[in-house]
Design a protein around this ligand. Structure first.
Ligand code: M6R
Length: 602
């Protein structure tokens, strides 16, 4: 999704803006641009495609002394990815970058056109800069004109605006899209996510919806509803090195290998020998909860589905799971004894955020399971449990999924112990199983090499079926999503027992079936489902601790005593399989086509 950076200071703003944008590349984009204002002189550059194209265009630009700059990576929503549609958008003397959607842009555009304004792009964003200049012409005051402009916008936005009429300031506003202001001594930085500010700013302010203001060298002025508000500065934590690839070919690969460590982090302090602890939750928060509804999108939806089995089985709480974009418009019936859980890696997914707002409006208790602290979803929920996966840069989510699942598993047990729906012995067995997960997810070189080799046999065919039962059904969905996201091959996840109700009609030797056949859960049932497929001559990749004679390829997993041990080990296998197939077909694993890391529009 789009990324924003900004800078005022004496350092080389060109390098800072490009560096910041490169830290945001993982969010996905199709064009990029910067504008730099030095002593009333503006330089703007835009390029479609990768950031290297923009770097090539700016290479001869010299920036000296105090300068003011804004930059943007765009993921096309209104208008195709062209240079004209790339940000910054320009008026006569002002420049703007924007994330989000201006919902009333058509009305505003028509009115501006009737005033004689000429538009260069097809974007909603361009209205902002023309509206600002129109307001400035009337009010003759930059801040007042900016205030008036944002008051006329409907929708979601994070905006940075610079103008030649006051060439040492950046005007900013946030409503519904993330924006962070950082500083280090007198240098001021902006970013739409922490990643752009790491290693630059030492302190940051996470702007709240409705906040706006301006910055000049060494100064930040923040307002809300015409009143100046105090700056709530926080130290910026996180290290840049962990945001780099550390020798792996792709961030996704690095993130698969990191899973064992981040899973250790996710359980740290949350499991003792005989109980589950969530210090971040108030002990009476779950009183009066009789139902759970979970809303999420994509991979987070798959972790929600896995959790629904665990919550019903362990905590004995009826649990339903919904895709957030469906939930939003179905006019759902919500009862006050329902706990509403949202799951999101980024904490900024528009549909999930809106589902959360709906639940809050209906008076439900809300809980966020999230990887990004201070994100919109975390700020919006009554309570949050952080998944502690660290920055995930690969667009295809891996370690974020792993940590979501382990947190949800711990949550099921936490609720089970609260409601006395689990015996002490069973809880201790579960805790033992949880503690074993970091070891179960260490990537073995032998396994990775085997997947590298066999991936060459799965580059053609007419599609993949990933099949599993129970919690291995959501894992099958996730395995299929991973593969299609980064290989662009057709893949579907299916409950193994459902194949004969239709999909088996597709079975032939060109149908690749990846079967998840755990030993600890419904082994015989899955085995016979897979045998039915083999009888139709599918090409089978079986993943199981038990040898499977009919398999064309076989990945032997370890023996586990708990199904979740098998779940996590098989998760790693499916991730590596997707990775190796994607590499063989020559795709950009970390930034697959048409996808964005954080989907902040519906
Ligand atoms: O940030 P979120 O977890 O809310 O994102 C939800 C989905 O957009 C995300 O999981 C998406 O499906 C990923 N590309 C999966 O790899």
């Amino acid at each position: 999704m789009c990324g924003i950076v900004g800078y005022i200071g004496n350092k080389n703003s060109k390098d800072i803006l490009i560096g910041g944008l490169s830290e945001l590349e993982y969010r996905g984009y199709d064009s990029a641009g910067i504008a730099i204002l030095t002593n009333g002189k503006i330089d703007t550059f835009k390029a479609i495609g990768k950031l290297v194209n923009l770097e090539e265009k700016v290479k001869d630009l010299e920036v000296d002394g105090l300068s003011v700059g804004i930059g943007h990576t765009r993921w096309a929503t209104h208008g195709s990815p062209t240079e004209l549609n790339a940000h910054p958008h320009l008026g006569e003397f002002s420049y703007v970058v924007h994330n989000g959607i201006i919902e009333n842009y058509k009305e505003l555009k028509e009115s501006l056109i009737s005033d004689g304004v000429k538009f260069l792009s097809q974007t909603d964003t361009e209205v902002i800069v023309h509206l600002y200049e129109k307001n400035f012409a009337k009010l003759d005051d930059e801040l007042k004109a900016f205030e008036k402009t944002i008051s006329q916008l409907d929708g979601a936005y994070a905006i940075l605006l610079i103008t030649k009429s006051d060439d040492k300031k950046i005007f900013f506003a946030k409503h519904g899209s993330p924006m962070i202001v950082g500083n280090s001594e007198d240098e001021i930085y902006f970013g739409s996510s922490d990643a752009a500010l790491l290693g630059k700013a030492s302190e940051v302010i996470y702007l709240e919806d409705g906040e706006y203001g301006y910055t000049s060298f060494g100064e930040i002025k923040l307002f809300n509803k015409d009143e100046e508000v105090a700056l709530n500065k926080k130290p910026l934590v996180g290290d840049k090195i962990s945001a780099q690839k550390s020798g792996f070919r792709f961030f996704m690969e690095k993130e698969i290998y990191e899973q064992s460590d981040v899973l250790s982090d996710a359980i740290l302090g949350r499991v003792s020998d005989d109980k589950i602890i969530f210090d971040e939750l108030e002990s009476d928060f779950f009183d009066s909860v009789n139902h759970i509804k979970i809303c999420a999108c994509g991979t987070s939806y798959h972790s929600a589905l896995s959790a629904s089995y665990l919550l019903e089985r362990d905590a004995k709480i009826p649990t339903t799971v919904e895709i957030a974009s469906e939930f939003r418009y179905k006019e759902p019936l919500l009862s006050l004894d329902t706990l509403f859980i949202v799951i999101s890696q980024s904490g900024e997914t528009a549909d999930t955020l809106e589902a959360l707002k709906m639940a809050k409006r209906a008076g439900l208790k809300t809980l966020a399971i999230c990887n990004v602290d201070n994100s919109s979803i975390v700020r919006g929920a009554d309570f949050s449990i952080m998944t502690r996966a660290g920055i995930e840069k690969g667009v295809a989510s891996t370690k974020a999924f792993a940590t979501q699942v382990i947190v949800l598993w711990m949550l099921s047990l936490y609720l089970a112990q609260k409601r006395d729906s689990i015996t002490k012995d069973k809880l201790q067995d579960e805790i033992k199983a949880i503690k074993h997960i970091p070891a179960a997810t260490i990537v073995k070189d032998e396994l990775h090499q085997q997947l590298k080799r066999l991936s060459k046999r799965y580059l053609h065919g007419h599609g993949f079926f990933f099949i599993g039962r129970d919690i291995f059904f959501p894992l099958a969905l996730e395995g299929a999503l991973k593969l299609k996201e980064i290989s662009y091959l057709h893949a579907e996840g299916y409950p193994a027992g459902e194949m004969k109700h239709g999909p088996i009609a597709l079975a032939d030797s060109e149908l690749f079936t990846v079967a998840l056949i755990p030993k600890t859960l419904l082994y015989d049932k899955v085995k016979s489902n897979v045998e039915e497929l083999c009888a139709r001559d599918v090409t089978l990749l079986a993943i199981s601790p038990e040898p499977f004679d009919l398999a064309d390829d076989f990945i032997k997993t370890d023996s586990h005593t708990h199904p979740m041990g098998e779940f996590f080990e098989m998760m790693v296998v499916t991730q590596l399989l997707a990775l190796e197939i994607s590499i063989r077909v020559g795709n950009d694993v970390d930034m697959p086509r048409n996808l964005a890391k954080s989907v902040t529009v519906e």
